[in-house]
Design a protein around this ligand. Sequence first.
Ligand SMILES: Nc1ncnc2c1ncn2[C@@H]1O[C@H](COP(=O)(O)OP(=O)(O)OP(=O)(O)O)[C@@H](O)[C@H]1O
Ligand SMILES: [Mg+2]
Length: 266
Amino acid sequence: MMPIPMTTSSAKTMVKVHPFLTVRDLHITFAVENGGLQALQGVNFQVAPQEFVCVIGPSGSGKSTLLRVIAGVLQPSRGEVQFSYEGDREVKIGYVFQQANLMPWRTVVENITLPLELHQVPVEEARRKAMELIELVGLEGFEQTWVQELSGGMAQRVAIARALIQDPDLLLLDEPFGALDALMREQMGAELLRIWQARRTTVLMVTHSISEALLLSDRVLVLSARPGRISYDFPVQLPRPRQEALRYTPEFAHMSQQLRAEILPD
Ligand SMILES: Nc1ncnc2c1ncn2[C@@H]1O[C@H](COP(=O)(O)OP(=O)(O)OP(=O)(O)O)[C@@H](O)[C@H]1O
Ligand SMILES: [Mg+2]
């Protein structure tokens, strides 16, 4: 396989190599009262460095389970998750959940600096990084706002900034815009694209929306109904940068139909 262009991180010399993430023969069986519940069955895929991949599939197909295994918070029953890069440190993963899960007794900036505080990063440095991210996610002026005063979209921006503050190698997003109304969702999608284009972090994002997946990603992985396995690996061959207007083109409609047929075969 041809290596794709290499990038080095500024923090510590780390050369990313292709592929960045390999998920191999992943099986997850949960112990439940009357035996085992198989959530994932033989999931295989790879993600290249800086790729934006969406995961789509019916409710209960194991999308959140897949992210939890990749994040290392759940052990696979069989198979493995492997990160390949040159360097001697742990892979850094940013995780955004469907609900923003912010700390209500902290302000916007204090929520964003939290992961760095937990790693004993000096306060000044943490603040400086948080301010950069506040600008990136468009929350200037809200630094000192209590998070319970934020709208759903603003809270999700805080969650994204918090996930980005450790310069993650991989950003995992689990239906991050699921709780938002349609217009806010479009706006946040565009925002995420802008952030990804600026940062070039590898992204794996779960969504229920076919159009969101097509507008944002390089590839869409379709998970089958439980037990989840990848039934289709759909390349999104649309040029970048992508604008909202792309949604209304015949090409986009055609791809939406194709992807829909893969998700809901009749
Ligand atoms: N800790 C657990 N113990 C037992 N069963 C679980 C556990 N976590 C998930 N499951 C089951 O595994 C299956 C997959 O769950 P998962 O949350 O990954 O689905 P999902 O694709 O994210 O669904 P949704 O689109 O509704 O978020 C479901 O049947 C769920 O009930
Ligand atoms: Mg889920």
